[in-house]
Design a binder for this molecule. Sequence first.
Ligand code: SF4
Length: 693
Amino acid sequence: PGRRGGNETRTDTHCPYCALQCGMTLTPAADVAPREFPTSRGGLCQKGWTSASLLDSPARLTTPLVRTGGELRPASWDGALDLIAARLTGLQAEHGRDAVAVFGGGGLTNEKAYLLGKFARVALGTSQIDYNGRFCMSSAAAAGLRAFGVDRGLPFPVTDLAGADVIVLVGSNPAETMPPFLQQLQGAAAAGGLVVVDPRRTPTAEQANVHLAPAPGTDLALALGVLHATVAEGLIDEAYVAERTAGFDETWRIAARYWPEHVERITGVSAADQRALARMLAGAGNAYVLTARGAEQHATGVDTVSAWIDVALAHGLPGRAGSGYGCLTGQGNGQGGREHGQKADQLPGYRKLADPAAREHVAGVWGVDPDSLPAPGRSAYELLDVLGRPEGPKAMLVFGSNVVVSAPRSQRVTDRLEALDFLVTADVVLSETAAMADVVLPVTQWAEEDGTMTNLEGRVLLRRKAIDPPEGVRSDLDVLAGLAERLGQPAGRFPVDAEEVFTELRAASAGGVADYSGVTYERLRAGEALHWPVPAAGHSGTPRLFLDGFAHPDGRARFVAVEHTGPAEPPDAEFPLQATTGRLLQHYQSGAQTRAVPELAEAVPEACIEVHPDTAARAGVAVGEVATVESRRGAVTAPVRCVPSMRPDVVFVPFHFPGGQRANLITNPVLDPTSRMPEFKVCAARLVPAGAA
Ligand code: SF4
């Protein structure tokens, strides 16, 4: 490939952003066009259409930067890598292996995620590695594991959804986050069966046949009410429950107390609507329950997902052809990113780091002693919260993440980053986190390198190189290899070629849950649709899981008995509103990439505060005026947008923006006890005129 060399070659690839991984073609002149692909059916959203802008953006980093005299100044690659190796070696010699932390991202390719995990465990020998997927998919992953024994976002192809007559979306707003996905919902919408559960009347809720708007943090109670109605009205699929599940009796002992009128008082969703949803699910030919971050980003996120899985099990949906439960993955490689070992407790193949057999297998592939592999480390927020403290790491390497904007309680996180002795970031632009670093490494992005991604349906995709990277930029794989060598690793232990890394990843994943051993670049180049597990060279992949049984030893799915407890921080007289956060159509995650795309930045240049007009009036602020949302942890200041469909007790702030508009200045970092997911989606807050804070 050339760079800006004309339009003669079209490379088939995928969008750099979300987990739908829409199909597109790209020319060396960065001409983007949609192409037919099952998840996107020829569609792209505004983010995808404009994605090539970042390739040549003035914001693009093209030389390493090293902080000298308080300023980030251009440096040579050798100088930057030598400095990093020397500082990390020194800090580890003084404070031990765990003095260095590594933070990854759910947008990294499978190869990068894999090599990052290996780099942390082998080259650094640190236990302190986790990644931003902890803030994204961890609750659904944990709930899927305990219900089904395997966590794959959608255990069926996206296109199966088109045949459903009822689809229940819980805490999902694909009309803004992944618009081409809406095509898969049209069958259900036409049948009158598209149901959206969301405290906000989002653009997705606008298109639904039924919109249920529970108070933030009460989705779990709503699921219990629907389960209660299902059982009480004799709508449960008794044969399925008897033959394919375990644990119903214990679950019902709790759900029996959640009769719909009681749940109406907790959630604000009428008892009639709860019963109607139970009847819709029971009457459907094919039905799906799908959860996303709205249900999952809570201190009770795992239990909330479990409650909705319980509803799906009561109606006999999971593991039945044409029906099911699934979680809509957010980040581009949210699925693959959680399978290959950049998670604190995990090794490649979705193996557990604490499992001796897993350690032995992976250590064998890596050519190291299993006993040399560290124990599981801290989860993302717990790691960020101890940076620079006596018991915490003194240095951190960040790849593909912008925690200053994306982590909860972001001022605390910023303070912890400042307390580090040494911070390194590898990124495409000078993100808010990179701007704090001591060394910034400019790395390649999607169209400039080969790499695989695993989309929301567990399908492994090849994102191909379409153009050469700008001069001065290196791939993350190159960076890891260069650092590993400087840290004393033998030559060749950290390959730089993506296909070579993938070959090693296949061996490391072999025999694991997420088994990629039969996936090759050659098969992907040929366009084969390979959904993991693909355990052998001739294996055609597993598009649908659980049709013959679930992954627990007895083949049964588990009902999980869960109880509603509500938000960790309920509203009170001082903070009477409930603040929630989410995404906008034009921006992606922390906005580091999309804020650098002129069309997107011009369309939505800053955050807004969405409230009901009465809420704004009570606070003494008018539409368009700048106001402040305060919580016990901080304040966000932005113009007010009055939305008559908002619940009067809720205030919404999008989380893509920096500085004083960081939604995460107010969010509550209380963690789910199982997934360690922070409670991004609800905290007590108040609205005041700007300047009154
Ligand atoms: Fe498709 Fe997501 Fe890219 Fe939009 S951001 S084009 S929905 S992959």
